[in-house]
Design a protein around this ligand. Structure first.
Ligand SMILES: [Fe+2]
Length: 304
């Protein structure tokens, strides 16, 4: 497998209006653990090696604050910094030592459509641990609403080195490692967050994780089912603040020989919404939630 400049999606940072409630939900119900606290931010890890997969920050409303990726070499941070400006984006925080608990070097930028993206190198990793049934092991992907899918896909491919893996009628799938997708762009009337997907060890974990959500009063919003592009199993939920979150597993692993398919390939019989044909149609409240979350306008460098 040839090397990608961006090698992994690592974490997301969500702004929440009730930090205590968010921490309680994402630990006891969603299955993450607190790994650090700094000011009004709580950092939550999964069972895998990433320092954290979710940062919860006290915020005036539910908004996404940033999506974090890891890069192969420090020099790639400089390359992305230049590329962002050339592509019409802006640098929010130039490459520098990261003073948050995950350490290393970090770069924070705003893409041309207003996505706030962070890139890390040398960030803290936990030792290898055993996956735990029904508990997330890492982040899988973010799905971003996108008003100009072609332009944004080109940005991810040319500036960040992602590869197009599939294109359905409504979505573009982009990869930065062996996972079929780390970023999905959903053709939409708005730019923002569609959903965040957390990787589970296996199908059994998706089912048991869904059971834990139902036990705690959070019904399955969509699923359980198996997607077409990426072939992953899924269960979607809406969290207490309106963020759509997904438990997923069995994501297709690809190499450089993978051939993308187009919209004509990814079609279902009428009424079907997943590969198995068992997921009921997605209800309106989930569709609405998938369009409701925007990126916060970030503070300029030096402000907090
Ligand atoms: Fe997803």
């Amino acid at each position: 497998m040839s090397e990608y400049p961006v090698i992994a999606i690592r974490s997301v940072e969500l702004g929440v209006p009730d930090l205590d409630r968010a921490e309680a939900f994402y630990t006891k119900t969603w299955g993450l653990s607190v790994v650090a606290r700094l000011g009004s931010v709580v950092y939550l890890r999964a069972t895998g090696r990433d320092h954290h997969v979710l940062a919860l920050r006290s915020h005036s409303c539910a908004e996404i604050l940033s999506v974090s990726f890891r890069v192969l070499q420090k020099e790639i941070l400089d390359r992305i910094e230049k590329g962002i400006v050339a592509a019409g984006g802006t640098v929010i925080e130039a490459t520098a030592l990261n003073h948050e608990p995950d350490g290393g070097m970090a770069l924070k930028v705003k893409s041309p459509e207003g996505y706030v993206l962070r890139f890390h190198h040398g960030d803290v990793l936990h030792g290898p641990g055993e996956p735990r049934c029904a508990f997330p092991c890492r982040l899988s992907h973010v799905n971003l609403n996108c008003t100009n899918v072609d332009a944004t896909s080109r940005f991810f491919e040319t500036v960040l080195g992602f590869r197009l893996t599939d294109r359905s009628k409504a979505m573009v799938f982009l990869s930065c490692n062996q996972d079929h997708h780390a970023v999905v762009l959903a053709d939409s009337a708005v730019d923002g967050l569609n959903h965040v997907a957390f990787m589970m060890p296996d199908l059994e974990s998706v089912m048991r994780g869904s059971g834990r959500m139902i036990d705690n009063g959070f019904p399955i919003g969509w699923g359980v089912g198996r997607h077409g592009p990426g072939d992953n199993v899924f269960a979607y939920f809406v969290d207490p603040f309106g963020f759509v979150i997904e438990h997923t597993a069995e994501v297709l692993q690809i190499d450089e020989h993978y051939q993308p398919h187009g919209p004509e390939h990814w079609v279902w019989p009428a009424g079907r919404t997943d590969h198995w044909g068992i997921a009921p149609p997605k209800p309106a409240y989930v569709k609405d939630a998938q369009l409701a979350i925007r990126f916060a306008t970030p503070a300029k460098e030096g402000e907090q």
